[in-house]
Design a protein around this ligand. Structure first.
Ligand SMILES: NC(=O)c1ccc[n+]([C@@H]2O[C@H](COP(=O)([O-])OP(=O)(O)OC[C@H]3O[C@@H](n4cnc5c(N)ncnc54)[C@H](OP(=O)(O)O)[C@@H]3O)[C@@H](O)[C@H]2O)c1
Length: 328
């Protein structure tokens, strides 16, 4: 038997409950994993609350991330006892996901965890933090370096934002954090390494084609007018890595930042990144993310708490990262 959170579609509703299932319900795959921890991301909250059509196969075990230990493997790259992490590849969307005590997956989706990262820390990082690292890699590939001036992070107190601030400040960047909760979360963001806190209300009006050139680069998790303002305020030859749409899917900008300042907009999609890129990101997370700062982001819950906590992502009240201990 294994225990999982199960989303089921009925004629006029979607139910979500913790259930015990026979092992013959384990999904197809050549590696069996005992999951230690999963996590909640914004996308998981959309799935669990049935707010957006994230789930495309029913019934579904949600959770786009998992970290655990290999129990059995028919693939010689993995052996019992190996510690592994899985992010994306449509788990929790079209294939059963991480909010479970056991699962079976395709070996091609897995990454061995670096020694420095525990399975709990891996899920404190989760897709949000792994995506933040992919965004940092994109900035580096566009030659954004600390000497060129401050960088900006939007959605600062959320999962992507928190990890992005901790990594960038650890690398020596002066980080400006854009938040809607400056009073409530200012101290938290400064402790993560933010040098300046910016009220997001200052970036919600439509931007001028070119604003004051302020940032050498940025990581954006929100889209909409905030991303448009960030682009118009990016210095010549800077780069903004965009990964999210919490404010809006729209991007009301002009070509001015691109053709007059040579600004680059780097899109990041973590779900289908090739395994080599994943290994690179996890290796950099092991070396460049301060474990104490990571710990300060964590709220830990059990599997049975998930349905109560998920809605808090949708009203923007979650801080940092939520780790799920799937055994309780
Ligand atoms: N492309 C990818 O591969 C990928 C991977 C991971 C995540 N994402 C996306 O990235 C986004 C952020 O994910 P997350 O896990 O960091 O979510 P999260 O933990 O819920 O954080 C989102 C943050 O955005 C800010 N925010 C909330 N409502 C807002 C609004 N109306 N306007 C502007 N800002 C608002 C809040 O920060 P403040 O309170 O500080 O303002 C909130 O904490 C989501 O859209 C998610 O789907 C994409």
């Amino acid at each position: 038997m294994f225990r999982a959170l199960l989303l089921e579609k009925t004629a006029d509703d979607v139910t979500c409950r913790v259930v015990d299932l026979d092992d013959d319900r384990l999904p197809d795959g050549n590696v069996t994993i005992a999951v230690d921890y999963s996590t909640l991301n914004y996308k998981d909250a959309l799935a669990i609350t049935n707010t957006s059509p994230i789930v495309r196969a029913w019934p579904m075990v949600p959770g786009v991330d998992l970290a655990g230990v290999v129990e059995a493997s028919a693939d010689d790259r993995y052996a019992p006892g190996d510690r592994v992490v899985l992010n994306g590849w449509e788990i929790g969307e079209t294939r059963w996901g991480g909010l479970t005590t056991h699962t079976r997956v395709d070996a091609d989706w897995l990454v061995h965890l670096p020694d420095a990262i525990s399975t709990r820390q891996a899920m404190a990082i989760g897709t949000a933090g792994y995506t933040a690292m992919l965004c940092v890699l994109a900035l580096e590939e566009h030659d954004v370096s600390p000497e060129q001036g401050p960088v900006v992070v939007t959605g600062a107190a959320g999962g992507v934002g928190s990890v992005a601030i901790a990594i960038l400040s650890g690398l020596g960047h002066e980080v400006h954090a854009v938040t809607g909760r400056a009073d409530e979360q200012g101290d938290y963001l400064r402790a993560l390494g933010a040098a300046e806190i910016i009220d997001r209300a200052t970036l919600t009006d439509p931007p001028r084609p070119l604003g004051r050139a302020t940032w050498s680069g940025g990581i954006d998790a929100v889209g909409g007018t905030i991303l448009a303002n960030v682009l118009s305020m990016t210095k010549p030859h800077g780069c903004v890595a965009a990964c999210g749409l919490v404010q809006s899917m729209d991007l009301p900008t002009s070509v001015a930042p691109f053709i007059l300042r040579g600004v680059a907009l780097a899109g990041v999609n973590s779900v289908y990144e090739p395994v080599e890129r994943r290994r690179q990101a996890w290796s950099r997370l092991a070396s460049d993310l301060d474990p104490d700062r990571l710990e300060s982001m964590i709220g830990e819950i059990g599997l049975t708490d998930v349905t109560d906590v998920a809605p808090s992502f949708l009203d923007g009240s979650v801080k940092g990262r939520i780790v799920v201990d799937v055994r309780r």
